[in-house]
Design a binder for this molecule. Structure first.
Ligand code: NAP
Length: 250
């Protein structure tokens, strides 16, 4: 497989870098020399060129406080290109309205929508004149097809799709944006789905079957595929894409 290549001087902000797809994205970027700023509640093992900040992204006030520290512009300073990978997310609360709970809904919207939008705004506020930026929302097929039990998750992911569409309409020079659905991945999120009672998620058997048949994609494989697209000329031509429809790296 062709090695991933990023232009020299590229830096990346990755949310939810502590496990799952985010950890795989951070590892793949670090492996090709791209410094990573990771934001999650937990840390992953220290690595050269990885900066980590412990942050609850479901708490907009905590994120605003962190943005006020100046750590983000400090990280971006002098970079030839900035990647923002809005990856952190939750599939909770699952269940139809009436079973979801006010606090869980508010946290899901804060994590899945507010945090990505706040980080996009901050990156574009702080970029140097002409500094190229690639904004990546990790979307989901659940934002494009309606699934019983996933009204909160689907609505938050649909919001990211529409944010990417509006960013394309903004047409800011040097800014490319995309909401990218990664496919069905073998991560804790899928384990969370399989642990959910069918009363809350009627399609659970389908996900049990995907797991049992080995159809879940390893996050490292998805991360390499995703980054090959993000770093390509094709990135940003369409606001909403699905990794399963994008050419795999050769
Ligand atoms: N897995 C799939 O099949 C699938 C399919 C479609 C889309 N996606 C999307 O892909 C992205 C990654 O999913 P995944 O499967 O890798 O999920 P995961 O294994 O559950 O990992 C979620 C990541 O988000 C972080 N996170 C969760 N809550 C957080 C909070 N309150 N503050 C800060 N960080 C938080 C976690 O870090 P901490 O716990 O350390 O905070 C973790 O690093 C998500 O946006 C998800 O919606 C996944």
């Amino acid at each position: 497989m062709t090695a991933l290549a990023a232009p020299p001087g590229t830096v990346a902000v990755v949310t939810g870098h502590s496990r799952g797809l985010g950890l795989a994205l951070a590892n793949a970027l670090l492996a090709v020399g791209v410094p990573v700023l990771g934001l999650a509640r937990q840390a992953c093992p220290p690595m050269a060129q990885l900066q980590q900040h412990a942050l609850d992204l479901a708490d907009p006030a905590a994120l605003a406080d962190w943005l006020a520290t100046g750590a983000l512009p400090h990280f971006m300073a002098g970079a030839s290109q900035v990647l923002l990978l809005n990856n952190a997310g939750t599939v909770q609360p699952m269940g139809a309205p009436g079973l979801q709970g006010a606090e869980a809904i508010a946290q899901a919207v804060a994590l899945n929508v507010s945090a990505p939008l706040m980080l996009c705004d901050a990156v574009l506020q702080h970029r140097a004149p002409g500094q190229p930026v690639r904004l990546v929302h990790i979307g989901s097929g659940a934002g494009r097809t309606a699934y019983a039990g996933w009204s909160v998750y689907g609505a938050t992911k649909a919001a990211l799709d529409h944010h990417a569409r509006c960013l394309q309409a903004d047409a800011l020079p040097g800014v490319r944006a995309e909401s990218l659905a990664p496919g069905v991945l073998d991560t804790d999120m899928q384990a969370d789905i399989r642990a959910t009672r069918t009363e809350r998620f009627p399609l659970r058997a389908r996900f049990d079957q995907l797991h049992a048949s080995g159809a879940l994609v390893p996050p490292d494989q998805a991360a390499r595929h995703l980054l090959a697209h993000v770093l390509s000329e094709a990135f940003g031509q369409h606001p909403c894409t699905d990794l399963r429809n994008l050419p795999a790296p050769t």
